[in-house]
Design a protein. Structure first.
Length: 308
């Protein structure tokens, strides 16, 4: 009986210790944000930077484990967005609209007790940080938008189709292009679909295995289904981007087929007065995988300009 009492006390003490963990301590965390238990990991050194996953499925390990050099510049708060990675998710599609992701970031900032933060995001994560900047510019020190999505209109649709057709001689083109252009309506899981279309994301196919070798990359089918139904990324924001006045770095690969320079990066740069556009040569959507030296060099040089 005495041993059972000891075990209970030890477990109780462990629970208290877990929940009493300081929000900014290095390591793994869970926080109740907007009614959901969200997962985040803090690592690195330097100014605090919140880095959300794209929202539609990848977990934070896809980024944390593939860009450790970012942790040399920032103390990064890697965030599993709702229903991704180890974060909880609602069962209602209407809870996966752009504003829901923005409010999760805002409540995380408050949870971390930070007056102002840096934020960075890739692809649809870039979309999130831009939208956060539109609404909460006053709470920011700066933004890093990596291969950021800026909305789909006629200009973006034209560039998207052009970039897909540019790859028509590649062995992966026939099957993958039909999926990307909505011509193949076969029902597949997210993991199955990504197997066909991932080659499009790289300038040099020799770099694809580098990303596939990243440890513990997971995709959430629930996040994919819910964001598709909920309409994440369906808004038009180009006219709203001038509301962002904090320093903003816009990074894009010159061979990015899905968030290209012409319709996304250049228009983001044009709309945000206090921004810098950095185009990385010989890179697709995953710039830091294909051109790590140029990618992190641009970030570090830009941060020096901010005198930080």
């Amino acid at each position: 009986m005495k041993s059972l009492r000891v075990i209970i006390l030890v477990l109780f003490g462990f629970q208290i210790n877990c929940f009493a963990q300081k929000p900014l301590s290095k390591g793994e965390h869970f926080a109740k944000i907007n009614g959901l238990k969200l997962h985040y990991v803090i690592s690195g050194k330097g100014p605090l930077c919140i880095f959300p996953t794209p929202g539609w499925g990848p977990n934070l390990d896809a980024y944390k484990n593939s860009m450790p050099d970012l942790e040399k510049t920032f103390t990064v708060v890697w965030l599993d967005t709702r229903a991704s990675g180890l974060s909880e998710g609602s069962d209602k599609p209407e809870d996966y609209q752009t504003d829901d992701f923005i409010e999760d970031m805002e409540q995380l900032r408050i949870h971390l007790k930070q007056d102002k933060v840096w934020i960075a995001g890739h692809s649809m994560g870039g979309w999130q940080v831009l939208n956060y900047g539109i609404k909460y510019n006053k709470n920011l020190k700066g933004i890093i938008a990596i291969a950021a999505f800026a909305g789909m209109d006629q200009v973006a649709q034209k560039e998207y189709v052009k970039a897909i057709k540019k790859r028509s001689s590649e062995p992966y083109f026939a099957a993958g292009s039909k999926m990307l252009m909505g011509q193949d309506t076969t029902k597949r899981s997210l993991n199955e679909e990504m197997g066909y279309i991932m080659p499009f994301y790289f300038h040099d196919q020799a770099n694809l295995p580098k990303f596939m070798a990243v440890e513990n990359v997971q995709l959430s089918q629930k996040a994919w289904d819910m964001t598709s139904k909920g309409g994440l990324g369906s808004e038009q924001i180009l006219d709203l981007l001038p509301k962002i006045t904090v320093p903003t770095l816009v990074l894009v690969g010159d061979d990015d087929f899905i968030c290209d320079q012409v319709s996304h990066a250049s228009r983001i740069h044009k709309a945000i007065k206090n921004s810098q556009l950095s185009v990385i040569k010989n890179a697709g959507h995953f710039i830091w995988i294909e051109q790590p030296e140029a990618f992190f060099g641009e970030i570090n040089n830009w941060m020096k300009k901010q005198k930080l």
